[in-house]
Ligand binder design. Structure first.
Ligand code: PLP
Length: 320
């Protein structure tokens, strides 16, 4: 394993000049090692941030100007729209669009999600690639195991590394992977000057977790596909969303009351928010997103437990 270096300072060289690492805000070897590993997985230059939301904020503040508009995938992660709303007083504008089609004209940034959380739609990457504005793909759910957006014309990949990349519900980190080295340099400068830097301990845990990423995500995807198939055959389940790219799915039961009963009746699957960890999680999304989602929508993140045990658990919870 790579060493964990918690220093915030490193001595200048014998001539008194700064070495590659001299002050943590501008770079730390453990953070840099995790960035190199992730950059390789996604085929670009990776930069870590303290959270996915922190990466989102850094990207739009460094890339855009007051008055600029983001075309944001509708039905994507609710919190991304909330982050943008917080930045509205600084002149950031947002238009939502259906990411399965072409992004609208006259915007300065296109924001896609692959697949979207919790509606699980896939973006039209070909249509976005010919749009004149830079394209960001939040690939938190797909992970580089299923999708490398830079190979499909995206300019930036965003990850909530808190989810699958770190994968054990014990790390909060975000990442941006840039196609263009000069865009990465601009972001690095922005990050150092504004101080939205990742700490070495979570970066080290991320490095450890990336070693098992493929094994975890492959297994979580197989389990999600299995659960989606069983749920589709269940008479009390109205709709199942699972595009087959990762371990996340969502399904609808009759109403909010039924959804609440299901999520509080599971014994193996934990009733908690978040996704991508080794423990399966379920939650009704209307508690956060209100009428933006169907009242009976349940989001399920498949972990590494025995798929049969997970299905039995869901079945008894749905039966009430
Ligand atoms: N993007 C997606 C798709 C997410 O699901 C989340 C968090 O749930 C984020 C971004 C934000 O990441 P974080 O919670 O690490 O700030």
């Amino acid at each position: 394993m790579e060493p964990l270096d918690r220093s915030t300072i490193w001595p200048y060289d014998e001539r008194g000049d700064p070495r590659e690492f001299h002050y943590h805000r501008f770079g730390n070897p453990t953070v840099a090692a995790a960035e190199a590993a992730l950059g390789e997985l996604d085929g670009g230059t990776a930069l870590l941030f303290p959270s996915g939301a922190g990466a989102t904020t850094a990207l739009v503040l460094s890339l855009l100007e007051p008055g600029d508009t983001i075309a944001l995938a509708g039905g994507g992660y609710y919190g991304t729209g909330v982050t943008f709303a917080v930045l509205a007083p600084w002149g950031l504008r947002v238009v939502e669009f259906d990411q399965t089609g072409a992004p609208p004209e006259g915007v300065q940034l296109v924001w896609l999600e692959a697949p979207s959380n919790p509606f699980l739609t896939m973006p039209n990457l070909e249509a976005a690639a010919v749009h004149p504005a830079p394209v960001v793909v939040d690939a938190t759910v797909a992970t580089p195991v299923h999708l490398r957006p830079l190979e499909h014309g995206a300019d930036f990949v965003l990850h909530s590394a808190t989810k699958y990349l770190a994968g054990h519900d014990d790390v909060m980190l975000g990442a941006l992977v840039c196609r263009d080295a000069s865009a990465a340099e601009k972001l690095r400068t922005f990050r150092g000057r504004t101080g939205v830097v990742a700490a070495p301990d979570p970066a080290w845990l991320l490095l450890r977790s990336l070693k098992t990423l493929h094994a975890r995500v492959r297994r979580q995807s197989e389990t999600a596909a299995y659960l989606a198939e069983r749920l589709r055959a269940h008479p009390a389940v109205e709709i199942v969303r699972y595009p087959g790219l990762g371990g996340l799915l969502s399904f609808d039961v009759a109403d909010a009351e039924t959804a609440r009963k299901v999520e509080t009746s599971t014994r193996v699957i934990v009733n908690a928010t978040s996704l991508g960890g080794v423990t399966s999680l379920i939650e009704s999304r209307s508690r956060w997103e209100e009428d933006r989602v169907p009242a009976g929508l349940l989001r399920l993140s498949a972990g590494l437990e025995d798929p049969e045990a997970l299905w039995s658990d869901l079945e008894q919870a749905i039966a009430g």
